[in-house]
Design a protein around this ligand. Structure first.
Ligand SMILES: [Mn+2]
Length: 293
């Protein structure tokens, strides 16, 4: 697979070869599945462009996570039709998994997750999914498409019954009925805030390995302001990091995607925050140290 002309972390990455890299970042700039704000097509470049401005040294972990070898591959050509997009993300993810890489997909909108998850699920039969998101994304069809971003978790549930949704604070009445009827594991932001959902037990109960899908609208506007379907009341930076650290330390996370950032020329902070988040998660995956957040 061809390496991208720009690399996550820039020179700080040390420019390892594809073969030597443990981590592969796959930019997937697709926004055919959005319903409100646009701009997520430009998000992968915005995140990669921001990444050389952070330190390669992680003060929390007291190490340089980039030493595991991180490469960024060229974004594939993506068909406009959702079915073609699905096949493209599936095939690209599948290829990287056959090369035994830790795959990080940068979206793009949330409709890309199901094709990505399909490839992971073929490799890991007992795969479960943790979704960090403001929205339940449990509609079967939205605006005439089963691959709309509002249907992301409905598609995942066709592969696995083992899901955990965290940070949710926006859902339809029908989605809430479905959650109760199917006893889906959903930790709303309200119950997270009030500690009325046993999140440790829910994480513990999920079968390994785990695929993580992170919608950036899960975060508070102080972390990410540029997103297509914003919802107030999200995770603050350390609150989010603490939760993600817990997930990475408790489970075998085999890959993740990060979706729904929308590029804005007036907001450099959001892209930088997501760049830093990706780097923190690489650190959590490959360096388990004891520290406090
Ligand atoms: Mn969302």
């Amino acid at each position: 697979m061809k390496l991208y002309s720009k690399q996550f972390l820039g020179e700080e990455s040390g420019f390892p070869s594809f073969e030597k890299a443990s981590v592969v970042i796959l930019p997937f700039p697709y926004e055919g599945g959005v319903s409100y704000g646009k701009g997520t097509r430009e998000a992968p470049d915005a995140i990669i462009d921001a990444s050389p401005y952070m330190e390669a040294y992680d003060e929390m972990l007291d190490t340089c996570p980039c030493e595991v070898g991180i490469v960024t591959v060229e974004p594939p050509i993506i068909p406009l039709k959702p079915e073609g997009m699905f096949e493209t993300i599936y095939q690209n993810t599948k290829y990287l998994l056959t090369r035994n890489k830790f795959v990080i997909v940068i979206g793009g909108d949330h409709s890309i997750t199901s094709g990505c998850f399909k490839a992971f699920h073929e490799k890991y039969k007992t795969l479960s999914c943790i979704q960090i998101d403001a929205h339940a994304d449990l509609r079967d069809v939205y605006e005439g498409s089963r691959l709309n971003h509002a249907c992301a978790m409905s598609r995942i549930l066709e592969f696995t019954p083992h899901t955990l949704q965290i940070g949710i604070r926006s859902m339809s009445k029908d989605e809430s009925i479905r959650i109760k009827r199917e006893n889906l594991k959903v930790c709303t932001m309200h119950s997270f805030y009030h500690k009325s959902f046993d999140i440790d037990a829910a994480i513990y109960d999920l079968p390994d390995p785990v695929f993580l899908t992170i919608d950036v609208d899960a975060f508070d506007f102080s972390v990410v302001a540029a997103t297509g379907t914003p919802e107030p009341g999200g995770f603050r930076w350390y609150e989010g990091l603490s939760l993600l650290k817990k997930i990475f330390y408790a489970k075998n996370v085999v890959g993740f995607d990060i979706v729904e950032l929308s590029y804005s020329p007036y907001d450099k902070n959001s892209a930088f925050a997501i760049s830093k988040l990706i780097y923190k998660l690489i650190g959590f995956k490959f360096y388990r140290r004891v520290y406090a957040v």
